[in-house]
Design a protein around this ligand. Structure first.
Ligand code: FES
Ligand SMILES: [Fe+2]
Length: 356
């Protein structure tokens, strides 16, 4: 039984209403956006039109023509400019209007003042990030991944969860669901629940589980051989980076959670590694990675049935402390942006204990 004070505390901590603004979100793997192509995609509630010029430059515009509001995705793209399908107004990759075909001589309109809203893009390590705001200087840049010597991802798994980003983030970071949700012969058996103690500390826009030896009931790590050690960082808005090393072997997993709308969320799991033998196993690994993330999706789908009734929820110590930090980090970021003050990380160094 949990006291009503604990429930009230959880309720006060849980703010699931607003999607974070002025922050970098993961958009898509770079390879999903070929040169000379457009890719419409709603993210953080905004209809976006991603594109890549023929010379390789990615961009993102609001997918709404400033003339009469039709989505620009229905238009043509010549690899340099987007032409609206309705009256043929043209826009360059910065969103600036370059042509209005209906104009006759003497009708002087300052085209450079007609703009489609543009969302800054950042591309690195084969990932495309998009900034949910106008001025990226107000936020730290997207995370830099630990070096594995790979120019781009070795494997990408993409999935959609039918839930608010908070439930996707909290579900994916949850240390106590493993033995129940990921119970399978190839990962771990339900019977092996161990007591765990992990050291945590603050990190940029989030927190870090300090480098440690992964627990013995996670079979996946054993494949790497040697003495594996792992370090996991989490940061807003929903980025988890796991860096596993075992001797000279290195593996990086990036899990990026981006809201599509208030009730739908995209998940990308992007992996990098330097072991040729793992590349040979990729077709099998792909099946397992998908099955694993789908276990998280299935439980989230079920959870939605309960959440529809708007129950009050609990976050308990210590298993849900990372979730509490997530909500506090969100609040701190929202406050910092609203008041134009520096972001103050609410996480302090501590050891968390739980069984899983
Ligand atoms: S609506 Fe786009 S050019 Fe008129
Ligand atoms: Fe999970």
């Amino acid at each position: 039984m949990v006291s009503s004070a604990t429930q009230r505390q959880a309720a006060a901590t849980v703010d699931t209403s607003a999607l974070l603004a002025d922050i970098w979100y993961y958009a898509m793997p770079s390879r999903d956006l070929a040169p000379g192509r457009l890719c419409p995609k709603t993210l953080f509630g905004q209809p976006l039109l991603f594109g890549r010029t023929t010379d390789g430059e990615p961009f993102a515009l609001l997918d709404i023509c400033p003339h009469r509001g039709i989505p620009l995705r229905h238009g043509r793209f010549d690899g340099r400019e987007v032409e609206c399908c309705y009256h043929g107004w043209r826009f360059d990759r910065t969103g600036t209007c370059t042509a209005i075909p209906s104009l006759v001589e003497g009708q002087n309109i300052n085209l450079s003042r007609i703009k489609v809203r543009r969302y800054p893009c950042h591309e690195a390590a084969g990932n495309l990030w998009v900034f949910a705001g106008d001025d990226p200087s107000v936020a730290p840049p997207p995370p830099t991944l630990p070096d594995t010597g790979c120019a781009g991802p070795r494997m990408v798994t993409a999935m959609r969860f039918p839930c608010h980003i908070d439930h996707a983030v909290v579900g994916l970071m949850d240390p106590a669901h493993g033995p129940f949700v990921h119970r399978s012969w190839w990962w771990r058996s339900g019977r092996s629940i161990h007591a765990k103690s992990k050291r945590f500390g603050p990190a940029e826009l989030g927190f870090r589980m300090m480098r440690h030896e992964p627990s013995r009931n996670s079979a996946g790590y054993r494949l790497l051989g040697g003495k594996p050690a792992t370090e996991i960082t989490f940061r807003l808005p929903g980025i988890r980076i796991e860096h596993i090393t075992a001797g000279a072997n290195a593996l990086v997993g990036l899990t990026a959670v981006t809201p599509i709308t208030e009730s739908e969320t995209q998940i990308h799991h992007v992996m990098y590694w330097n072991m040729p033998w793992l590349t040979a196993l990729r077709p099998v690994l792909k099946i397992f990675a998908r099955a694993f993330i789908n276990q998280d999706r299935v439980v989230i789908v079920r959870q939605q049935d309960g959440l529809r009734h708007d129950p009050s929820l609990m976050l308990i110590n210590d298993a849900d402390i990372q979730a509490k930090w997530y909500y506090r980090l969100k609040q701190a970021w929202t406050r910092a942006r609203a008041e134009s003050t520096p972001f103050e990380n609410p996480v302090t160094e501590t050891t968390l204990h739980w069984r899983s």
